[in-house]
Design a binder for this molecule. Structure first.
Ligand SMILES: Cc1cc2nc3c(=O)[nH]c(=O)nc-3n(C[C@H](O)[C@H](O)[C@H](O)COP(=O)(O)OP(=O)(O)OC[C@H]3O[C@@H](n4cnc5c(N)ncnc54)[C@H](O)[C@@H]3O)c2cc1C
Length: 393
């Protein structure tokens, strides 16, 4: 071993959840060590739209302006189209004192980089490429050791955080239970460039005859297209030539006009929720390790921010160098609040996931009717806008 360090918090996983928590904790003076098995940028296809309600949190962490400087752009609401390709309704971003007047979007890996850079500037240490790590209990703390391209290291930490995604190793090593719903249909992601890109960008959802297509703005005028597919179509989508991608999209929605299209990625969506850790020592899961969601409502990453903020605010009641005995009641309080606040987010997101989880939507008549009814009721539209923005109505 060539180094040993004692930190307040060790975080396994330097994705959005781990980096967000590290940013929040280090801005309050806590010592943080981040460890990730990967040394590659984060997966670009994932969470890229930040809810307006997150603006005050990200400003407090000192990264709202950095996200804009890194190329973040503005999205104004969500438009819905019916199976005849007619516009049904636009859900606007509400005017509200506690949120930005637009969604901020930036590629996922850039959001991660901005967060991680800030955490490091604040004093966090981060090891990427730590493929094998081991965890043991010691006197009122955890011992973590790993090997990375920088060599072998060992640290002690008072609080252990598992932010290592849906397949969390921390969860399995600590024997934490999980409830999981696997959706039937994988989500395919394509990247493209539409011939006409409006100056004021919106997220567009097309309820085509068979499936729901989401057209999500990317920076620089690009578009990410997400839709459910049959398991048997996996190879077809992965290997299809560009002309076939155009043809298929045109069949579903002739009003779409893409100049370029490429295959991006395939995801098996899940909704899962881990139990609280009840073993010996101070440990907690967060991010997708704790609460993975179907991407239909763009809430997974935003929930990472929300939860990181809650946990960091609670820990801020302690001073750097806190003991295990001091942090344990804080974790219990966090778990109670987490269960209470997360339940409505998860159930709302799961309902949206189920609605999207079909390749035989039959024109989505029910949903179209609801949206049409909402379009003429200002109070309903406002409530929908507040919810999408991340503010409880
Ligand atoms: C297609 C798609 C689109 C989405 N769009 C949105 C959106 O617009 N808005 C939104 O809010 N959410 C969105 N989401 C959800 C969002 O991307 C996730 O909820 C969020 O990225 C989860 O972050 P995380 O840090 O918890 O997990 P991850 O991003 O999975 O990060 C986990 C990290 O842990 C590391 N790791 C894993 N295992 C280990 C291990 N054993 N040891 C050490 N390190 C490990 C990984 O390398 C990774 O860096 C989308 C998801 C998908 C799939």
């Amino acid at each position: 071993m060539n180094s040993r360090e004692q930190v307040d918090v060790a975080i396994i996983g330097a994705g959005i959840a781990g980096s967000a928590l590290a940013t929040a904790l280090t801005s309050n003076g806590f010592s943080v060590r981040l460890i990730d098995r990967s040394d590659q940028p984060l997966d670009t296809a994932r969470g890229d739209h930040i809810q307006p309600a997150m603006a005050p949190v990200l400003s407090r962490w000192g990264i709202w302006d950095s996200l804009l400087l890194a190329g973040g752009e503005k999205r104004f609401g969500t438009r819905w189209f019916d199976a005849s390709h007619e516009h049904i309704v636009t859900i606007p971003v509400p005017e509200h004192k506690d949120c930005a007047p637009w969604f901020l979007f930036l590629n996922h890996e850039d959001i991660g980089r901005v967060l991680l850079d800030r955490a490091i500037v604040n004093g966090a240490r981060c090891t990427l490429g730590a493929k094998h790590w081991s965890l043991t209990r010691a006197q009122a703390c955890w011992h973590l050791s790993w090997e990375s391209p920088q060599g072998a290291e060992e640290i002690s930490c008072t609080l252990l955080v598992g932010a290592d995604g849906t397949g969390s190793s921390v969860r399995s090593r600590l024997d934490i239970d999980i409830q999981r719903h696997r959706y039937h249909h994988p989500i395919a992601v394509l990247y493209g460039r539409q011939r006409t890109v409006p100056e004021k960008r919106t997220l567009d959802v097309h309820l085509t005859q068979s499936r729901m297509l989401s057209l999500i703005p990317r920076t620089g005028g690009g578009t990410k297209i997400g839709f459910p597919i049959a398991v048997e179509e996996l190879t077809l989508w992965r290997d299809a030539p560009e002309s076939q991608l155009h043809e298929q999209l045109r069949q579903w929605c002739p009003t779409l006009d893409f100049e370029t299209l490429t295959f991006g990625a395939l995801y098996p969506p899940v909704s899962q929720q881990s139990e609280a850790y009840e073993g010996e020592g101070a440990a907690v899961l967060m991010g997708d390790a704790r609460h993975a969601m179907h991407p239909a409502r763009s809430m997974g990453m935003n929930t990472c921010f929300r939860v990181a903020d809650q946990l960091a605010n609670m820990i801020a009641e302690l001073s750097p160098g806190f003991s295990e005995r001091q942090v344990l009641p804080i974790l219990q309080q966090f778990d109670r609040q987490f269960a209470r606040d997360l339940a409505p987010i998860l159930s709302d997101n799961h309902a949206a996931g189920l609605q999207m989880d079909t390749i035989a939507g039959d024109g989505f008549a029910g949903l179209t009717g609801q949206l049409r009814a909402a379009s003429s009721r200002a109070n309903v539209l406002e409530a929908m806008g507040l919810k999408a923005a991340g503010i409880s109505a």
